[in-house]
Write a protein that binds this ligand. Structure first.
Ligand SMILES: [Mg+2]
Length: 201
């Protein structure tokens, strides 16, 4: 029986759609198509997630790598956190499962500074019994250590725990540890998926 429901943040509870966001500032689709993976798939961004460098250092690193793009990089670093807005239908689900008595947690790769920003901006963080945020833990999904940290810190039994993430790759270690999982794709009806685990919302 499921007792604990664990949510990822990006594209589960908060939007993370860099291309869509950046196209507000330029019409140059080709430029954005090369800019987004260059930033978000970089080792620098991974180190940000891991909490081993600061945003300021990351920004300076990118500017020294791509000096011609300094203006856009500066604009990007000034504004990117604005794209982190709540996904209302899933926040409703979070509230509903809590009302049914389920314990709720966060397990997310998230940059320290971005987490601090959203924590101040949105009042959803009282809706959890605990949270594991990569930037504070110095370990990131899909490393086994971050899943074990979640289970150990909050004394969760894997078989009673259901983890929801939009990245399939991040569900595998959870499954291996005995947790149940839901892959939250853009077209997923999360309510319907939860009902499959007898969570009657
Ligand atoms: Mg995500």
């Amino acid at each position: 029986m499921i007792k604990n429901i664990i949510f990822d943040l990006g594209n589960v509870l908060l939007k993370f759609q860099p291309s869509e966001f950046l196209l507000r500032f330029t019409n140059d689709v080709e430029y954005i198509d090369q800019f987004v993976p260059k930033i978000f798939s970089s080792t620098v961004w991974m180190e940000l997630d891991r909490g081993t460098i600061s945003i300021e250092d990351a920004k300076n690193d990118f500017i020294s790598q791509y000096p011609k793009e300094e203006d856009f990089l500066t604009l990007f670093f000034n504004l990117w956190m604005e794209m982190l807005t709540p996904i209302d239908k899933n926040i409703e689900i979070l509230k509903d499962v809590r009302a049914l008595g389920y314990k709720t947690y966060i397990l997310s790769n998230y940059i320290k500074e971005a987490y601090t920003y959203i924590e101040k901006k949105y009042n959803i963080f009282t809706l959890f019994d605990g949270q594991i945020i990569s930037g504070f833990e110095k370990t990131i999904k899909p490393e086994k250590a971050i899943y074990l940290e979640l289970l150990n810190r909050f004394c969760l039994i894997p078989e009673e725990s259901l983890f929801i993430d939009d990245v399939l790759f991040y569900l595998k270690p959870a499954k291996k540890l005995g947790m149940k999982t839901i892959w939250n794709k853009p077209e997923t009806d999360l309510r319907e998926e939860l009902r499959k685990f007898d969570i009657l919302i």
